[in-house]
Ligand binder design. Sequence first.
Ligand code: VGL
Ligand code: ZN
Length: 268
Amino acid sequence: MGNINSSVRRKIGTVKNKHQTGPESKAVSALLIVDVQYDFIDGSLALKNCPSQHQGEHVIPIINKILHDIHFDVVVYTQDWHTHDHISFFENLPLRAHLLAKDSKSIDELKLFDTAVFVFADDTRDKMSRVEQILWPTHCVQHSHGAELHKELSILKANKRREVIHLLKGYDSDIDSYSAFWDNQKIRETSLNSTLKESNVTHVFIVGIATDVCVYSTALHAVENGYKTYIVEDACRGVDVGNINLRLDELINRNCVVIQSNEIKTRL
Ligand code: VGL
Ligand code: ZN
């Protein structure tokens, strides 16, 4: 009996978990599809109104082809999901005029896409006390049409081989959240990192909108969390309030790899 048990145990011990990492193991992959929502495509923050003139809708067929052609162990769809009184909306500036820092532009000087500096008098949340915030057009208000994922984006279902996650972000009125991992003040972490770690994800591929805002911030934190991180450039579009190429260079300097969609297979 003792012998049988120990041989069974030995066998169990050698069964390889499909997600197990190790020298001979395969990459475990996640595709993060960032904010492919109407407001960024043909709504209030449509990229065609932004300086880059790169229309967000072009990413949809590219992302759909990636989803069709390549298996990912985890697929994540994120949505910007703001309250109507959100800090990031230019039109809400009067709600927080009393919180503008002394060295911030004044309420009369501030324009759409400018950066306001707010000071929150909450000593218990140190990191929160000084907040730089780009003032965006009102966008992705919870439950509005603009906040929905574009109907042409393929929404995959979970199955035995694939986990599918829908992640909402930016729903705290006073804190913006560009990254899918953390809010902008790094006060609250989302569940994404623990979920990816539980699934033993090693490689993260990022697509969506906007290259220089939410894709950029998500990629920075993916690298920080130890994933081999790829930005799929042709499957992303930027708003370019700063400079898309500078942001991409910054990511490359931090070990993020910029690739095109036809190269994904070679990285897995
Ligand atoms: C985003 C601006 C404001 C994005 C979100 O999804 O990149 N950009 N909120
Ligand atoms: Zn937003």
